[in-house]
Design a protein around this ligand. Structure first.
Ligand code: TA6
Length: 282
């Protein structure tokens, strides 16, 4: 089978379906510029997408939402910014013998300018080959004054059973516990991170790749440009408060997010920033 990219309708949303000759595939929605599915060659679905997700009516629960220009409630904009609920356009699509790649673009418009008064261009490039996924986010300041932003690729990984998961690589890094009352920083002291309760940690300056071991195999998680890593799972009580997630779905998902949040990224006019997250099946 040859690699290809086709336009599809995904639950009513315009999307691209990328596939490679080795039969890896991905679905990238123009709504939100959001990756909604990634199946590596000879593998299973690696992204969690809620069966109760709402499509095109607010944020879509699952996949890889793009948080921009604000992470979570760290400002006055809608939670996680407006990029995840904006309609992006296709800027480029390309296939080769063993890969498929698409770039989506979002630029300021009257609605974004009313919320955030800065001309900008965002480009999200998604590339898949047999067992690897690359997501690169580029931010361009296309205006005449500086701006600053926070951002994340809010990756929802699908896991077979959360309590069997082991996350390696965060040992020794500082984090802010977003569930904790104080603003103080803590330092990760365990060899591996286990999941037996709610977690919402913002790790800072993580300089090495992570390894997620799950029942179904291991996933390497790397980032460039994004200094921070957010690890989030709502657990049972948090899940019950999220109406677009089925009860107990918290056992099937784990967010490991490439983020730039502990310090805002500042861009002068015409300056560009980019960050990348890479997932590799091992
Ligand atoms: O990235 C973690 C987080 O900020 C959590 O605090 C949690 O609320 C999650 O994102 C989901 O946010 P959302 O607005 O999509 O419900």
């Amino acid at each position: 089978m040859a690699a290809g990219i086709e336009r599809i309708d995904f639950h009513g949303l315009p999307a691209l379906r990328l596939s490679t000759a080795a039969d890896a595939s991905a679905v990238l929605s123009l709504y939100g510029g959001q990756l909604l599915s990634w199946v590596p060659a000879r593998g299973r679905e690696r992204l969690y997408l809620s069966e109760r997700a709402r499509f095109g009516n607010g944020p879509v629960r699952g996949g890889v939402p793009v948080c921009f220009p604000q992470f979570a409630a760290q400002g006055t904009l809608p939670r996680h910014g407006f990029a995840r609920t904006s309609v992006w356009t296709v800027a480029e699509q390309r296939t080769g013998d063993d890969f498929a790649l698409a770039t989506l673009r979002l630029a300021d418009d009257p609605q974004s300018l009313a919320l955030w008064p800065h001309p900008f261009t965002l480009e999200l490039t998604v590339a898949i080959d047999g067992g690897r996924l690359d997501l690169e986010l580029e931010v361009i300041n296309s205006g005449h004054t500086p701006f600053a932003f926070t951002s994340a690729l809010h990756t929802y990984l699908r896991v077979a059973e959360l309590e069997e998961c082991r996350l390696q690589g965060l040992h020794g890094f500082e984090y802010r516990d977003a569930l904790g009352a104080g603003e103080g920083l803590r330092r990760d002291s365990g060899d591996v991170l286990l999941f037996d309760g709610p977690i919402d940690r913002h790790y800072r300056n993580v300089e090495r790749p992570l390894l997620l071991r799950d029942d179904g195999g291991a996933l390497g998680i790397d980032a460039e440009g994004f200094p921070d890593v957010v690890v989030w799972n709502p657990w049972e009580d948090g899940n019950a408060r999220i109406d677009d997630m089925a009860p107990r779905d918290f056992r099937r998902m784990l967010c490991i997010e490439a983020a730039a949040i502990h310090r805002r990224i500042a861009l002068d006019p015409s300056e560009t920033w980019h960050g990348r997250q890479t997932l590799v099946c091992l």
